[in-house]
Design a protein around this ligand. Structure first.
Ligand SMILES: [Zn+2]
Length: 454
């Protein structure tokens, strides 16, 4: 579990010290992401961007053979399965709970413990999961991001404004600035936890001064500001080349509001910390699945697996050989199609993606997106599932399903995290339950709001 202290030191510091700390962290993060293997892979991706379908299939096949051979020879979980033929079709479906319960068994034994980096994910699915990658895998993963941003007209070093789940300021402190600056990447980070009607004019004023090339982050945070801009007929004094969104679903109406307010296109991205899939929208609005990152298949409601069609997404990583997940049920629904796109790319296309359910927590006058809350649930090792129920604007109930290794400190830690995001104004209580059922469509909802409109 993560320790509390660096965050506490940060939150107690004056703003200028916080900017220095954000910049130091930003510098370290820059080194972690954009050095080593990053540049070479980015060039390779650019080179392969417009390859023909047959050429891409060959590249995929080569990478898949490598991953399968690694899994069978180096990964205890797959070794035990006794798979004879080196083919994807030989592998059984893998669900999240199996990975959560046997995490160490999925680690490639060629990696030394010191080479592995643990990533925590699953806040928004309510089912926390630990995934291992290596330094090089992370650099390669960011090469896909950089290639995506390059298609949006952005290069590293251009200015960007980020609406993210970082606790930049105490939640009850309503004095601007609600942003901090990361010098190395010329990135202005905006708090997703302070977006009230009274604070939004400050956000807009700062954006107008900063004039970012790209706006990125949680769609419902960006939408909140976009809606404010249109409703107030506010003037935008810059024109970004794109808005990059990820982490949660949003409606076409919300997309339209963002595109109208900021006078640019929204480029949604789909991926996950499991490092199994990466897809991003092109300028023509089609979501291209990166063939060199992972393979997506469709599991139909009848239980058969296909390379096209509609159903549950089943993914196989081509990137993360430190913890290769094969035919992994990522928990999202969608449609997979092979069709031409005017952008000239020949990848598989993901349509009607029904990913993480986007919603907002109402916190007084503030609206905090689910994705920004999900972080509170990421490090909860003794918790199987979590869900927030909000029946009225002044309070929320957190439902938790315990695992056998549950420790009471976990509850304290989670509440401390939530208070750090939502402040003291919202009354939060905890309820332990035996299970949290999914929605009718089988999807899990992290925030359930009843009886009031937000
Ligand atoms: Zn396209």
């Amino acid at each position: 579990m993560k320790s509390y202290s660096p965050e506490q030191i940060y939150l107690k510091s004056p703003t200028w010290v916080q900017n220095v700390l954000v910049s130091i962290y930003g510098y370290l993060e820059h080194q972690r992401r954009y050095t080593g293997e990053h540049e070479a892979l980015k060039l390779q991706l650019k080179n392969n961007e417009y390859k023909r379908t047959e050429e891409l299939e060959l590249i995929k096949k080569r990478k898949l053979d490598q991953i399968i051979s690694t899994a069978i020879n180096k990964v205890p979980y797959y070794q035990k399965l006794n798979i004879q033929k080196l083919e994807l079709s030989e592998f059984p479906l893998l669900d999240r709970q199996t990975v959560a319960d046997n995490t160490e068994d999925f680690v490639n034994r060629s990696y030394k413990e010191s080479e592995l980096i643990a990533l925590y994910t699953g806040g928004s699915t309510g089912n926390p999961l630990k995934v291992y990658v290596s330094k090089a895998i992370r650099q390669r993963s960011y090469a896909f991001w950089s290639a995506f941003y390059a298609r949006m007209g952005f290069e590293i070093g251009d200015k960007k404004a980020s609406f993210v789940g970082r606790k930049l300021q105490r939640p009850d402190d309503d004095t601007p600035p609600f942003w901090r600056y990361n010098l190395k990447d010329r990135q202005l980070l905006f708090s997703s936890y302070h977006m009230s009607e009274q604070n939004l004019p400050h956000y807009l004023e700062k954006l107008n001064k900063f004039k970012p090339r790209v706006i990125e982050g949680y769609p419902l945070s960006i939408y909140r500001l976009a809606e404010y801009i249109l409703r107030n007929n506010s003037k935008l004094e810059f024109k970004p080349t794109g808005i990059s969104t990820s982490s949660e679903n949003f409606t076409n109406a919300q997309r339209c509001t963002m595109e109208t307010a900021f006078q640019c296109k929204v480029f949604d991205q789909y991926g996950s910390a499991e490092s199994v899939v990466f897809a991003s929208e092109c300028v023509h609005g089609k979501m291209h699945i990166e063939p060199e990152y992972g393979i997506v298949e469709i599991l139909t409601s009848e239980g058969s697996i296909h390379s096209e069609g509609t159903g549950e997404l089943v993914v196989t990583t081509l990137l993360n050989d430190a913890m290769p997940l094969i035919r992994y049920r990522i928990g999202d629904l969608g449609q997979l199609a092979y069709e031409d796109c005017d952008c000239g790319r020949n990848t598989a296309i993901l349509k009607n993606l029904d990913g993480k359910v986007g919603a907002v927590i109402v916190n007084g006058d503030k609206r905090v997106p689910t994705a920004a809350i999900a972080i509170a649930f990421e490090y909860l090792e003794g918790i199987k599932n979590a869900q927030i129920i909000q029946n009225q604007p002044s309070s929320a109930i957190v439902k938790l399903v315990k695992k056998s290794d549950f420790n009471p400190e976990t509850e304290d830690y989670m509440l401390w995290q939530l208070r750090g995001m939502l402040g003291e104004g919202l009354e939060i209580s905890v309820e332990y339950v035996n299970e949290i059922p999914p929605e009718k469509n089988g999807k899990y909802r992290m925030v359930v709001q009843n009886h009031f409109i937000y």
